[in-house]
Design a protein around this ligand. Sequence first.
Ligand SMILES: NC(=O)c1ccc[n+]([C@@H]2O[C@H](COP(=O)([O-])OP(=O)(O)OC[C@H]3O[C@@H](n4cnc5c(N)ncnc54)[C@H](OP(=O)(O)O)[C@@H]3O)[C@@H](O)[C@H]2O)c1
Length: 237
Amino acid sequence: MPNVEKIALITGASSGIGAALSRNLCEKGYRCILAARSSEKLEKLAQSLRNDGFNCSVVIVDVSSESSVDALFEASAKIGHVSLVINNAGLGIFSKIEESSVDDWDAQINVNLRGAFLVSRKFIPSMQSQKSGILVFMNSVAGNFGYPYSAAYVASKFGLRGLSDSLRNELRKDSIKVISVHPGAINTSFWDDINVDFPREEMLAPEAIASSVVHAIDAPDATVIENLTIRRVGGDF
Ligand SMILES: NC(=O)c1ccc[n+]([C@@H]2O[C@H](COP(=O)([O-])OP(=O)(O)OC[C@H]3O[C@@H](n4cnc5c(N)ncnc54)[C@H](OP(=O)(O)O)[C@@H]3O)[C@@H](O)[C@H]2O)c1
């Protein structure tokens, strides 16, 4: 059998979990398409991956924009068939409900939920024609439980769980696996502008999330790890 190149798309690859996952997937033999808005950060990651002998490409995208996601799809199709999509781009803005702005609500819903919809719907048809493929949704413990001061973030992640559950059942007939990942707090720049006193050094490491996700991706052909909850042994903060 010819050695077909495996291609993965990672949104939100410019930092945190996305960057850690990109490296881990490269190590697993994937050619990675690194996608996010920050070209400088993406190019820096790509350079470090290439220096280590890995194959990757950078595509600038705003996942909340339909035309930008369409352009991402066109650029990816030129690279080859994407068999693994990691919907990871996301943000959190935390505030009391009475102090929450409509712009903050829209930003979280549009990136965390609409973005995953826009990206998935473009990449699913070629997976269907291949009767294989994997979609990963970077959710959160906030996709399972409500937290105070987190209404929009929690709403976006509950919505994302609904999207991934529905797609999982819709796409079983096409042998496409859908993996929903629900981590607790991870030490990434997600927390840089958030005013909480969680000790950053006690949070989960992005590399630990990446290795658990890759383990789920690696499940045998007829098997899917559908939901992955990853927490600190000591529990949430
Ligand atoms: N950190 C945590 O505690 C935690 C816990 C559970 C789940 N999560 C989830 O994990 C995912 C990754 O977060 P992280 O912790 O790695 O945070 P991070 O370091 O802040 O990374 C977020 C990534 O999303 C990208 N992004 C944001 N808006 C985007 C947009 N409009 N279009 C394209 N890319 C966009 C950012 O890139 P650009 O700014 O370059 O666009 C960045 O690469 C998120 O979905 C988050 O909800 C995080």
